[in-house]
Design a protein around this ligand. Structure first.
Ligand SMILES: *Cc1c(COP(=O)(O)O)cnc(C)c1O
Length: 234
């Protein structure tokens, strides 16, 4: 029994230690750390919380809701995974930011559910930057189509605050850097093309994961989404 307790304490210290290490690497950049807690047990999330990281990213709505119900209420919950419209209602009362908006239809549903909860939900448009077929996301044309649509202009309960992207799963650091750079440059173009509105402000670029968060931070990320480098492999 004593041994087991010892083991858990060590694990928690590692989580807190990992967070501290990552935060110190990000110091001096514009990137804020989101701890990606998907598949991890509550004890790990509590350890991260105790290690002073209170911004968590989950990729499944149900799992996020279950964790939100039992953990401290000052945690900021970010939905980072692919999202189906019919799941929005379960988290609309508390989700801090949705990173994975990839259609007008989804945005309309988020707006509708946010209105029911009398709040405004911050959203990122997920942009397709990888050279892989498997990733979700919008093209540059599709992004402008959404921003130019009459439907978007009338939405009052969502606020688009920036872009999110995932680089190709590869060891080629130069390729990853170029993909992040292209997302940042698209972000800068949109920022000059569109004027700030109640429901539109280009403030966040969500890019970078465990393997590439330093490259992402160098390329101007404002939100890095780091899981396994904090909690170990899933
Ligand atoms: C799982 C996940 C991450 C974190 O991945 P790690 O490699 O474990 O850091 C980041 N972003 C998204 C969208 C994810 O699904």
């Amino acid at each position: 029994m004593k041994l087991i307790t010892q083991k858990i304490v060590e694990l928690e210290m590692n989580i807190a230690q990992n967070i501290e290490n990552i935060k110190s690497k990000l110091a001096g950049t514009s990137a804020q750390l989101i701890a990606v807690t998907k598949t991890k047990p509550l004890a790990d999330l509590q350890a991260a919380y105790d290690g002073n990281c209170k911004v968590f990213g989950e990729n499944k709505v149900q799992e996020m809701v279950e964790k939100w119900e039992v953990l401290p209420k000052d945690i900021e919950w970010h939905l980072i995974g692919h999202l189906q419209s019919n799941k929005v209602k379960y988290m609309a009362s508390f989700v801090a930011m949705i990173h994975s908006v990839d259609s007008l239809k989804l945005l309309q549903e988020i707006d509708k559910q946010a209105l029911k909860n009398n709040r405004v939900i911050d959203c990122l448009l997920q942009i397709y930057i990888a050279k892989e077929e498997t990733k979700f996301g919008l093209s540059e044309d599709e992004t402008r189509e959404i921003l130019n649509s009459e439907e978007f202009k009338t939405m009052k309960n969502i606020r688009i605050v920036g872009l999110m992207g995932m680089a190709t799963f590869t060891d080629n650091q130069e390729q990853i850097r170029m993909e992040f750079r292209s997302l940042k440059s698209f972000f800068e173009s949109l920022k000059t093309e569109y004027s700030v509105a109640e429901n539109l402000v280009f403030r966040e670029v969500s890019m970078g994961m465990s393997g590439d968060f330093l490259i992402a931070a160098e390329e101007g990320s404002t939100l890095v989404r780091v899981g396994s480098a904090i909690f170990g492999n899933r």
